[in-house]
Write a protein that binds this ligand. Structure first.
Ligand code: AGP
Length: 595
């Protein structure tokens, strides 16, 4: 995923663009660049590395219109020449997405005499614009975009056109109107403080922004209506507020994230909407929960709970697998797509496929105006607030709460009120888990381990997966999440004195079983730590453990909200001990809008 931004009608475009890229940097940080219009000419600077590497060069520019880009590399390694904007002839372009037919287009353009300067897919766009341009900008844009296959959000600058053009197809772009100025960006927070009203472009739309006016058309030039609305307060970008990193700030926001998600469920009348949907379909025959990464882990935890409570087949699938297999999804299926950003292309396309197969699609997302909400029949909001850290933390806890409420709604009656009353204490439970957590020794143990394994049974297994992902993605310490019963079937071969295993034990009935898995680790010379709830781990195991972190007990449909917190804190502290940047880990981006 990349971040793109455009502006026109401003006093100093380079300043606006640079700041906007700082807000968008969570979307990718392999390279950054800006291009501005000065005296009718395009001037651009672009550099490999973080946005800050661009600062000095950007300060030399000015301009009244411009575009900017911060990159997560897909085609072409991170480098100055592969950085956006790509400039050729009268045009400069920034792109988020993948041009799937770029190789063929590039070959044809080279045969026509075009010279390329990068190894990216995106560069073909600027050459197509130059190819079709003979003075009519709109014609050139229409001709160029109709050649493209794949996904693309574009901002285009054209010498001699005092403005910019924004194009949207399967990647997000929002246009905004400020005081006499016009803007476009990949997300709302980048427009906060700039635009007073915004409009989310739809697939197949082109916005021509110039001289205080935005005109919309489709890819065939047919006019479209622009409906602006005030920028939503929730979109206000996050600020560090005294915390050293967004990750620790957002972990501390978990209690509010869960509370606000529960409130949103009631405000949006999700209970009755779900009951109506189920009734209309004569009841759901099966449930498929789908997501990627952390969203898949919350989906897996919810699948365990759904099958137990509703007694209908319920399963979780990674979106990247679901969309390419012929599943038995049909009109009796409830398909729940889980995604923090609502833009993860695998999840969006999986939801689209499920909808085409006749399933009832529900979106569970933290971003209300995202692509996923545009596909689903209904959305159940996670109200965690803007999550900047690439590692998902508060949004995961919000997802668990939202999914528990969805499942309880389908059960109805006392199940729903029981879940609501259990949620009443969850805020205090989260706060206790955050404050009481003695994670320092655990983090030091992780930082000095060759590999860290996370094991759990029942609802603790999806939490083990999530704990492992957190540690890997922010500290780069290798390891895996495993069902506690599976370790002895192979992976135990990796266990030795250099490895650490963290057992998650919040299921009272499974404590003894998981304890025997830990004993097997000890017998191979391995080290172990425990995250446990009262009465769920044998005392002798706690005495022997390298560390034992106790968390408050909650019903299993909600316990992941609590038991994940020590694992998030351990991952965060391990990253800091190892000198990593927990907010922007290498090779990653906040949401993967490419396949
Ligand atoms: C989680 O910490 C990771 N950043 C990543 O696995 C993420 O959960 C995944 O890319 C899905 O993102 P989404 O929730 O925005 O769809």
């Amino acid at each position: 995923m990349c971040g793109i931004i455009g502006c026109t009608g401003v006093k100093c475009a380079s300043e606006i663009l640079y700041k906007g890229l700082e807000d968008l940097e969570y979307r990718g940080y392999d390279s950054a660049g800006i291009a501005v219009l000065e005296g009718g000419k395009i001037i651009s600077v672009k550099k490999q590395g973080r946005v800050c590497a661009l600062k000095r060069a950007a300060e030399q520019l000015g301009g009244t219109s411009g575009i900017g880009h911060t990159r997560w590399a897909t085609h072409g390694r991170p480098s100055d020449e592969n950085a956006h904007p790509h400039t050729y002839g009268a045009f400069s372009v920034v792109h988020n997405g993948i041009i799937e037919n770029y190789a063929k287009l590039k070959e044809e353009l080279i045969e026509e005499g075009h010279e390329f300067s990068s190894h990216t897919d995106s560069e073909v766009v600027v050459h197509l614009l130059a190819k079709y341009y003979s003075g009519d900008l709109k014609e050139a844009v229409l001709s160029a975009v109709r050649q493209l296959k794949g996904s693309f959000a574009l901002c285009i600058l054209c010498a001699g056109y005092e403005g910019f053009v924004a194009v949207k197809y399967r990647n997000p772009i929002i246009v905004g109107v400020g005081e006499g100025a016009l803007f476009a960006a990949s997300d709302m927070p980048a427009l906060c403080g700039l635009a007073e009203s915004v409009a989310v472009l739809k697939d197949g739309q082109i916005a021509f922004a110039s001289e205080g006016k935005i005109s919309l058309c489709d890819f065939y030039g047919r006019p479209a209506a622009l409906t602006l609305s005030p920028i939503p307060p929730a979109a206000r970008g996050a600020r560090l507020g005294g915390f050293p990193h967004y990750m620790i700030k957002e972990i501390n926001e978990i209690p509010a994230a869960v509370k606000n998600t529960v409130q949103a469920f009631a405000e949006e009348k999700c209970f009755s909407a779900l009951s109506r949907a189920a009734k209309k379909r004569g009841g759901f025959g099966d449930i498929v929960l789908c997501g990627c990464g952390t969203a898949y882990h919350s989906a897996l935890a919810a699948a365990y709970h759904a099958e137990e409570l509703l007694k209908i087949p319920s399963r979780a699938e990674t979106a990247g697998e679901f969309r390419y297999r012929n599943s038995a999804t049909g009109p009796k299926t409830l398909f729940i797509a889980v995604s923090q950003s609502g833009e993860t292309v695998d999840t969006v396309e999986a939801a689209r496929a499920a909808k085409e197969a006749g399933a009832y699609v529900v979106a569970v997302t933290n971003v209300p105006y995202s692509a996923l909400t545009g596909i689903a029949y209904m959305s159940v909001p996670v109200r965690a607030g803007t999550e900047v850290c690439v590692a998902a933390t508060k949004s995961y806890c919000g997802q668990i709460a939202a999914l528990a409420l969805i499942i309880a709604s389908l059960k109805g009656g006392s199940a729903y009120s029981r879940t609501l009353s259990a949620l009443k204490g969850i805020e205090a439970g989260c706060a206790a888990a955050i404050s009481d957590c003695a994670v320092e020794s655990a983090a030091r143990a992780c930082a000095s381990s060759a590999g860290v394994y996370f094991i759990g049974r029942g609802i603790d297994y999806p939490v083990a997966l999530e704990g492992s992902l957190k540690l890997k993605e922010v500290s780069y310490v290798p390891g895996e999440g495993y069902p506690a019963g599976e370790l002895k079937h192979g992976t135990i071969a990796l266990i030795d004195g250099g490895t650490l295993t963290i057992a998650i034990m919040t299921e009272r009935t499974l404590g003894e079983k998981t304890a025997s898995a830990v004993e097997q680790i000890y017998s191979r010379g391995g080290r172990a730590g425990v995250v446990y709830a009262e009465g769920c781990a044998p005392p002798e195991l706690l005495e022997r453990a390298e560390f034992a972190v106790k968390v408050p007990s909650f019903a299993s449909c909600l316990s992941p909200i609590i038991s994940v917190i020590p694992l998030q804190l351990i991952a965060y502290r391990t990253a800091v001990i190892l000198g990593r940047d927990p907010d922007k880990p290498r090779n990653l981006a906040k949401s993967v809008t490419v396949e």
